[in-house]
Ligand binder design. Structure first.
Ligand SMILES: Nc1ncnc2c1ncn2[C@@H]1O[C@H](COP(=O)(O)OP(=O)(O)OP(=O)(O)O)[C@@H](O)[C@H]1O
Length: 661
């Protein structure tokens, strides 16, 4: 639960302008921390008010928020589909705060004297369950004490009679043992009269929230424990062995199941029954267990279901379960990004304050540190004019920065802490990519100087956020029969696809018939991962054309882009990370699809290192990548008839510095 905070600054549109170092430029584009905070007048996140209700803490996801608010009043189910860490479980918890608490009940399970294997169930208002149990316990204790007293009196009487009157000590001991046993067995009947408090809502401040993500059948549906002592009066009464499942604990509250498709089919079917009937009997889940004999009366399962997952989850979940949720509720797709406006920036400042409050140990963030988080949110969005909504990862950055500050006993988390955290909180893929780049340097695989025929520095993405330079080498030889595409390594399919994409373009202008040539393509140093045939197609095309025409490629140029059969360069993903990888590897120019120009948000340190050239068609790519030669002019002339380059763009007149983010 979020801690309550003093309300100091309204993160709404009326906030004033900040003072102090927050007004210093924080980005190369000259945006000050104040701008990056949407004009917020704060020194640290201590000055930012954190709302009490979770639903008010949710940033972005307007559709999902509306749905949750609506579903809470109507008690409808919700299915949320979207990327991890965008707030699905947060919204589910928020829903539990919105549902009325007054209706909560406790559930008690009683021994059934007529059939010990069918315990009876009773519902009482929340909090009453504990009172009932306590009353029963006190009564049982009193009766037990009286019983013990009586038992010891009888034992003493029996022993006394046997010893002093009958003179038969052995008979007396046996008789006393029988008395002792009879009283013990009787005592068990007394224990059986104490009910089992199956669902205890006594302390619930809000409607319950049960997270059944990855739960096994017993945890989801309830279970009856196995009893190894089933004879000799030692058995535990069956009602005492009954355990509630998440579906019972969530009754009148929220049952949250993330990655819903990972629940086994049988559990999904039972879940459906629980949703439909609003009650579900508890029985032992293991057929070999003595618990399997036991089945309680139905226990209420009147919960609101909040299911979540990614798109795969929706495809793989039981269709009937999906239709049940859909039929009695809403489906909502989570947003990945949100428009970057002063208002959303202020909300991001609140996000940092929320995470600091939630963690409870992190030093508050200075305004400039918050601005750096907003910058990172811009970068991670991968779209110009947007901020990422992948808050779990962004929260990770906040925590690492705060932890660094804490380790240094700093009073506040500063911009420098955030910058260091960004380096430290690299994903596995980023770490791998850096190792990969270092290793390639060692083996001299990264060639970023001079010119080579048929070799082009392509760019690829590992994971979601790590670029690598992936050179493509092509050679063209006359074919024995009809020409083939031959790729070395495991990337035959990728290479064939890329060459097929470019062959239409090549055929139009080439002086040789590509069908009569074998095209050899090699992705240098690539494993299976990282290479997406589509985004490599411009690279493959440039390598093949260079090899066909014998014109060297400038190795300081790296490129990415997808090629249409008409020769247009189409947008691809991960351009920012690719540009950064090219800069790290030492490239001087990066060719990207013009349509991606607005997505570029390169870290300041790389901005001066590379010249980014947005292009729209293959002739522009070749114009930039091929070194000046007579053959090049002839090639470009032939190409211009097919895919004319925009006027004024030639190798000596590139588009200038990195486009502003
Ligand atoms: N929209 C949001 N607004 C504010 N904070 C958020 C938002 N989304 C996520 N967070 C923060 O990130 C944390 C993790 O988010 P949450 O667990 O809700 O993600 P999720 O979508 O359920 O992810 P997963 O599907 O991986 O479980 C939250 O506890 C919260 O601190």
């Amino acid at each position: 639960m979020p801690s309550e905070r003093t309300h100091c600054v309204n993160t709404g549109p009326t906030a004033r302008t900040a003072t102090g170092d927050a007004s210093a430029p924080a980005t190369a584009e000259g945006e000050s921390a104040v701008d990056l905070l949407g004009g917020l007048d704060i020194e640290t996140t201590d000055d930012v008010a954190v709302p009490d209700r979770l639903i008010d803490q949710v940033i972005g996801q307007d559709d999902a928020r509306d749905v949750v608010l609506k579903a809470a009043t109507q008690r409808r189910h919700v299915m949320m589909i979207g990327s991890p860490g965008t707030g699905k479980s947060m919204l589910a918890k928020a829903m539990s705060q919105l549902l009325p608490r007054e209706e909560l009940q406790d559930v008690l399970v009683y021994h059934n004297p007529e059939d010990g294997n069918q315990p009876t169930v009773r519902m009482v208002p929340a909090g009453r369950g504990r009172e009932i149990i306590e009353t029963h316990r006190v009564e049982t204790r009193k009766r037990g004490q009286l019983r013990s007293l009586v038992m010891w009196l009888v034992v003493v009487a029996v022993l006394g009679y046997a010893l002093f009157v009958a003179g038969e000590p052995l008979v007396g001991i046996i008789a006393a043992a029988i008395v002792f046993y009879v009283f013990r067995v009787g005592g068990r009947t007394q224990r059986a009269s104490v009910p089992n408090l199956l669902v205890d809502n006594g302390d619930q401040q809000t409607a319950p929230f049960a997270d059944a993500t990855g739960a096994h059948a017993g945890a989801l549906l309830g279970d009856v424990r196995h009893d190894p002592y089933q004879s000799g009066g030692l058995a535990t009464p069956s009602h005492d062995r009954v355990e509630a499942g998440a579906i019972h604990k969530a009754s009148r509250g929220v049952l949250f199941v993330d990655e819903i498709n990972t629940l086994d089919i049988r559990s999904q079917q039972k879940l459906m029954t629980a949703i439909q009937e609003g009650e579900f009997s508890i029985t032992g889940q293991s057929e070999q267990s003595s618990g399997a004999m036991v089945k309680t009366d139905p226990v209420p399962t009147d919960f609101v279901m909040m299911a979540a997952g990614n798109l795969d989850a929706m495809e793989n979940m039981h269709p009937a379960l999906r239709s049940r949720i859909k039929g009695y509720g809403y489906e909502v797709y989570m947003d990945d990004t949100i428009a970057d406006t002063p208002e959303t920036r202020r909300q991001f400042a609140r996000f940092v304050a929320q995470e600091v409050a939630r963690d409870g140990r992190l030093p508050a963030f200075e305004a400039a540190a918050v601005a750096e988080v907003v910058l990172e949110a811009q970068r991670r969005a991968g779209r110009k004019g947007h901020l990422t909504l992948a808050f779990r990862n962004l929260g990770g950055l906040v925590r690492v920065a705060g932890d660094i500050a804490r380790a240094e006993d700093a009073e506040y988390t500063t911009r420098d802490h955030v910058l260091r955290a960004k380096r430290r909180a690299r994903s596995i893929e980023q770490q791998l990519a850096d190792q990969y780049i270092a290793r390639r340097r060692e083996y001299d695989l990264s060639l970023v100087e001079g010119s080579v025929v048929g070799r082009v520095n392509g760019l690829a993405v590992m994971g979601e956020d790590s670029g690598i330079v992936l050179p493509v080498v092509a050679a063209v030889t006359p074919a024995q029969g009809s020409g083939e595409v031959i790729a070395t390594g495991k990337l035959q399919a990728v290479a064939t696809e890329a060459v097929n994409n470019v062959s239409a373009v090549v055929k139009k202008y080439a002086r040789v018939d590509l069908d009569e040539m074998d095209v050899h393509v090699q992705f240098v140093g690539a494993g299976e991962g990282g290479v997406d045939g589509d985004s490599a197609s411009v690279t493959v095309a440039a390598a093949v054309v260079s090899a066909l025409e014998g014109i060297p490629v400038d190795q300081s140029v790296a490129m990415t882009g997808s090629l249409s059969v008409r020769g247009d360069v189409l947008p691809v993903g991960g351009v920012t990370y690719k540009i950064e990888a090219a800069a790290k590897a030492g490239a001087k120019t990066v060719v990207i699809p013009a349509a991606n120009a607005q997505d570029v948000l390169v870290e300041a340190e790389f901005r001066e290192q590379v010249d980014v050239v947005p292009v729209s068609n293959i002739s522009e790519v070749l114009n930039v990548a091929l070194v000046d030669a007579v053959e090049k002019s002839s090639l470009l002339d032939r190409l211009s008839a097919y895919a004319p380059a925009p006027p004024g763009r030639d190798r000596n007149r590139r588009s200038g510095p990195t486009p502003a983010p």
